[in-house]
Design a protein around this ligand. Structure first.
Ligand code: SF4
Length: 506
C-alpha cells in the first residue's frame, strides 16, 4: 500500500494559561474557530508541588473551566488536558496543528519553558504597561520610585488630569486616607455572594478525586468564577463599597475581613476583568457624585500605579531576584501562619483567620501584619514568598516576588524600596482595634506582656544597624534605638520570643 503523506495541519493551537482568561487581548483576540483551536493544561507539577489553599486552587481551575466552556460555546475546539507538566500537556495535541502560539506568560519560568518547547510567544496588552515601556521608563530613573512611575502613568494615560495638572491639585491624597476603624458598631460592607454552579462543584470534586493537597476552608460563594459574575462584583464595589474606600484603605478591624476593599484583584489577575475597565468604572462612578477624590485617586493608584509597577519591576529585574536574601534571614516560617489557633497575638490571629477562611487578607494586613512580623522575626524571605504564593487567592509570581522580596522583606538591599516596611505594635494599635483585648501591650518592649512586634522591631533595628546606618530614611530610627537604655533586655526578650515561636507559645 503506497504511503500517503498527511498534509500539514493548517490550524494553529493557542495555549491559554489559567491567568489569561480574556477574549480581548493577545492571540485570542484575533483568533477564530476556523483557524485556531485552544488548549488548557492542568499541570500536575503545579497542582501537586504545594499544599494550596483550597479556594485558591479551586478558583484558578474553575474560572479556567468556565472560560473553556465559553470558548466551546463560541465554536472553538477546546482541549482540556491534565498532564504531568504544561509542556507535556501541549505536546499531547500539538502534532495536529501547524504551530502552537500563546501570549507572553506571567512568570519567568513558564515563559522560558514555552520558548524552549518552541511555542511562539506574542506580546499582549493584558497589562496597561508593556514590559518594554516599563524598561524604557526604568532606565531613565535614578531609583525605581513608585510615586514617579505613577505620575508618569497618569500623564501618559491622561487619567485624572486637567490641563496637564492632577485633578484636585495634588497627585496623592494618602494623608486623607489614613483613618483607623471607627470605634463601636460600623456598617462594613460585605462582598457580593455567588451561588456555586455545576462547574464549581465539579471542580471541587475533581480536586478531591485527584488528591491534590489543600488547606483552608472550602469556597463559600465569596469568589466569582465567570466574567459575568466578576462584572457584578465590580458594580457592587462601585455602588456599595467605593465611597469609603479611601478613608479606610489602611484600617484593620476584627469586625470585617474586607472592609471597603474592592476584592477585585483575583479577577484582574486572572483576566476576568480588564484593569482599564475597572478604572473606567471607578471614574464613571466618581462622576456621578458621592465619591471623594481621595477615594478615587487611591483606588486608581492601586490599579495603574502599584499593580503595573510591580509587574514592571518583576520583568525588569533578573530571573533570580526571587532568591535574594540581603539581610540573611533564615528563621523558618512560624507554624502560626498555617494555624491561627497557634498564637495569642490578636492581630496575627485575625489576619491568619482571614486567610484560612477566605484565601484573602487585605494589603495592610499582608504588609504590616504578616510580612512585617516575618521580617522582624528574621524569617527566610523565600519561605514567606512560598506561603503567600500558595495561600492568597490573587497570588502570582509577578505579584508576590517584588512584593515580598523588595517590599515586605527588604531582601534586595533596597533596589526596589529605599527603606524596609517594618513597625512595632504602636502602628498596629493606631490603625486597628486588634490590640484591645490582646494578651500583649503594644507600648511595652520587654517583659512578659511586651508586644512581640515592639520587641522585635527594636531588635531588628539593632541586628541590622550596620546596614541601615547609612540609609538617611532610617537614620532617625537608628538614632532612637541607640538611645534605648534597655537594649540588652530587648535582645534577650527577642531571643525568648523567637524560641517561644518555635513552641507556638507566643
Ligand atoms: Fe498585635 Fe501587639 Fe497589638 Fe497584640 S499588642 S494585637 S501582638 S500589635
Amino acid at each position: 500500500m503506497p504511503h500517503t503523506k498527511t498534509p500539514p495541519a493548517q490550524k494553529q493551537l493557542i495555549y491559554i494559561p489559567f491567568d489569561q482568561l480574556t477574549l480581548s487581548h493577545g492571540v485570542i483576540a484575533s483568533a477564530a474557530p476556523t483557524t485556531h483551536s485552544i488548549v488548557f493544561v492542568e499541570s500536575e507539577r503545579v497542582c501537586r508541588s504545594q499544599v494550596w489553599h483550597l479556594q485558591r486552587l479551586w478558583f484558578l481551575i474553575s474560572s479556567a473551566r468556565h472560560f473553556a466552556a465559553e470558548l466551546t460555546a463560541l465554536g472553538f475546539e477546546v482541549h482540556w488536558i491534565v498532564a504531568p507538566t504544561t509542556v507535556e500537556g501541549i505536546e499531547q495535541v500539538r502534532s495536529n496543528y501547524s504551530k502552537v502560539v500563546a501570549n507572553e506568560q506571567s512568570s519567568h519560568r513558564l515563559n522560558e519553558q514555552l520558548l524552549e518547547a518552541d511555542v511562539e510567544l506574542h506580546a499582549s496588552t493584558i497589562f496597561i504597561t508593556s514590559r518594554l515601556d516599563f524598561r524604557r521608563w526604568a532606565e531613565t530613573q535614578k531609583s525605581l520610585t513608585m510615586e514617579n512611575f505613577y505620575r508618569w502613568q497618569r500623564q501618559r494615560l491622561n487619567l485624572l488630569m486637567e490641563d496637564g495638572k492632577p485633578i484636585g491639585g495634588q497627585w496623592n491624597f494618602d494623608h486623607d486616607n489614613r483613618l483607623p476603624p471607627p470605634k463601636g458598631e460600623h456598617p462594613w460592607p460585605t462582598p457580593l455572594q455567588f451561588e456555586l454552579d455545576a462547574i464549581d462543584v465539579e471542580v471541587l470534586d475533581h480536586i478531591a478525586s485527584q488528591k491534590y493537597l489543600v488547606t483552608g476552608q472550602p469556597p463559600t460563594g465569596m469568589w466569582a468564577t465567570t466574567r459575568t459574575q466578576a462584572l457584578k462584583a465590580l458594580e457592587h464595589f462601585c455602588s456599595n463599597v467605593f465611597a469609603d474606600f479611601g478613608p479606610y484603605e489602611d484600617a484593620m478591624t476584627t469586625r470585617s475581613y474586607t472592609l471597603n476593599h474592592s476584592v477585585l484583584s483575583p479577577y484582574i489577575n486572572n483576566g476576568l476583568l480588564d484593569p482599564r475597565e475597572v478604572v473606567s468604572a471607578a471614574i464613571a462612578r466618581y462622576n456621578q457624585g458621592g465619591i471623594s477624590i481621595a477615594s478615587l485617586e487611591g483606588f486608581v493608584r492601586q490599579i495603574i500605579g502599584w499593580r503595573e509597577y510591580i509587574n514592571g519591576v518583576y520583568w525588569f529585574f533578573e530571573t533570580d531576584y526571587k532568591n535574594l536574601n540581603a539581610l540573611e534571614a533564615t528563621e523558618p516560617l512560624p507554624e502560626l501562619f498555617n494555624d491561627s489557633s497557634q498564637t495569642k497575638m490578636n492581630c496575627l490571629k485575625h489576619a491568619v483567620m482571614s486567610v484560612e477562611q477566605t484565601s484573602y487578607a487585605h494589603h495592610i494586613q499582608r504588609l504590616m501584619i504578616l510580612s512585617n512580623f516575618a521580617t522582624l522575626v528574621g524569617v527566610s524571605p523565600q519561605q514567606l514568598l512560598e506561603w503567600m504564593r500558595r495561600m492568597f487567592i490573587d497570588a502570582a509570581d509577578w505579584v508576590m516576588v517584588p512584593n515580598v522580596i523588595g517590599m515586605g522583606a527588604h531582601a534586595d538591599n533596597g533596589r526596589m524600596m529605599t527603606k524596609p516596611y517594618v513597625s512595632g505594635g504602636n502602628y498596629i494599635k493606631k490603625m486597628s482595634d486588634y490590640c484591645k483585648g490582646c494578651s500583649y501591650n503594644p507600648a511595652v518592649r520587654v517583659g512578659d506582656d511586651a508586644c512581640p512586634f515592639t520587641t522585635l522591631y527594636w531588635d531588628y533595628l539593632d541586628r541590622h544597624s550596620d546596614v541601615f546606618i547609612s540609609n538617611h530614611r532610617m537614620a532617625r530610627q537608628i538614632y532612637a534605638k541607640n538611645k534605648l537604655a534597655d537594649l540588652p533586655a530587648i535582645r534577650a526578650r527577642a531571643e525568648h520570643v523567637r524560641n517561644e515561636l518555635r513552641n507556638n507559645a507566643i
